[in-house]
Design a binder for this molecule. Structure first.
Ligand SMILES: C[S@@+](CC[C@H](N)C(=O)[O-])C[C@H]1O[C@@H](n2cnc3c(N)ncnc32)[C@H](O)[C@@H]1O
Length: 274
């Protein structure tokens, strides 16, 4: 039962659609597994001790979350880990080293995972992308650089990550170096509107109002037949955002949601690809 109980606790924490306090977890698991709260508390302690869950502290409240102090698989092929954690990768796997810092993007948020899964999906065989190697990519709001690094490791030859936050620029630059990608990935605080290149793949995990405002600029920067992956907004906003981007020359090709957060992959209409 102890192993099963730990499994239930772990699933409860990682599948919850909101952050859970230790008390929330005890109550929910005690009820669903039919055990007393003290047993749940002891099992939680063990999961934290073994590095599977960790406590986070936000504005005076403690939460229990999946631990990123060890390698964590976030999509079929993409594994995120702290640089010091040993990991033997399997063929075809993409391993991204990320130092836990203040910038957003350690894989704990559903929106980051949604974009990584979308990238995994499109690099698993997209005929529009296959046709035009070499590819270049843009990560708008790069945070830790997690998506920019994943793009490079998935085979995008040249990647630019931009962010307006100096802390994100500093941390992502450091993460790019750690992953040995200084030649392939450049990080800058240049605003999107000031960029002039066209990109085959663009990812933007940013708040909804910013994504709406960025539609003309993101459209201008996406190559014909290129792909744009958006996340950072809640499911009810999808329809409106999808319509806005369709008005700017895109077609919705894939949608996914996790814990109420949504992600869409859009194809920029062009002459070669329907
Ligand atoms: C939700 S985080 C995403 C971080 C990372 N890309 C990920 O997916 O985990 C959004 C990031 O966008 C940055 N940001 C917000 N507005 C921006 C803008 N107008 N241009 C560039 N970056 C922006 C923030 O500083 C933050 O680092």
């Amino acid at each position: 039962m102890t192993r099963e109980l730990k499994h239930i606790i772990y699933k409860t924490v990682i599948e919850a659609n909101r952050k859970m306090t230790p008390g929330d977890v005890e109550k929910a698991v005690a009820r669903s597994a039919g055990v007393d709260r003290k047993r749940v508390r002891l099992a939680v302690r063990d999961l934290v001790g073994r590095g599977e869950l960790s406590y986070t502290y936000v504005y005076g409240t403690s939460f229990l979350e999946r631990s990123f102090d060890r390698p964590v698989r976030l999509s079929k092929r993409i594994v995120i880990k702290p640089p010091q954690a040993p990991y033997e990768s399997r063929p075809g796997e993409v391993v991204v080293d990320i130092v836990a810092g203040a910038a957003f993007g350690n894989g704990a948020h559903p929106t980051t995972r949604l974009v990584l899964r979308a990238l995994d999906h499109i690099f698993g065989g997209n005929r529009c992308l296959e046709r035009k190697a070499p590819l270049n990519g843009l990560d708008v709001g790069t945070g830790t650089g997690i998506l920019a690094i994943a793009l490079a490791k998935l085979g995008v030859q040249e990647v630019v990550g931009i962010d307006i936050d100096p802390c994100a620029v500093s941390e992502s630059t450091h993460n790019v170096l750690l992953n040995g990608l200084a030649e392939q990935v450049s990080i800058t605080n240049t605003p999107l509107e000031k960029l002039s290149s066209h990109f085959s793949v663009i990812v933007a995990n940013i708040a909804y109002p910013t994504l709406r405002r960025m539609a003309p600029s993101l459209s201008a920067r996406t190559e014909k037949n290129g792909l744009l992956i958006l996340s950072g907004f809640l499911e009810p906003a999808s329809k409106n955002l999808g319509e806005t981007y369709c008005e700017h020359g895109f077609k919705l090709v894939r949608e996914e949601a996790e814990r109420g957060w949504a992600c869409m992959t859009l194809h920029k209409r062009g002459s070669e690809c329907p």
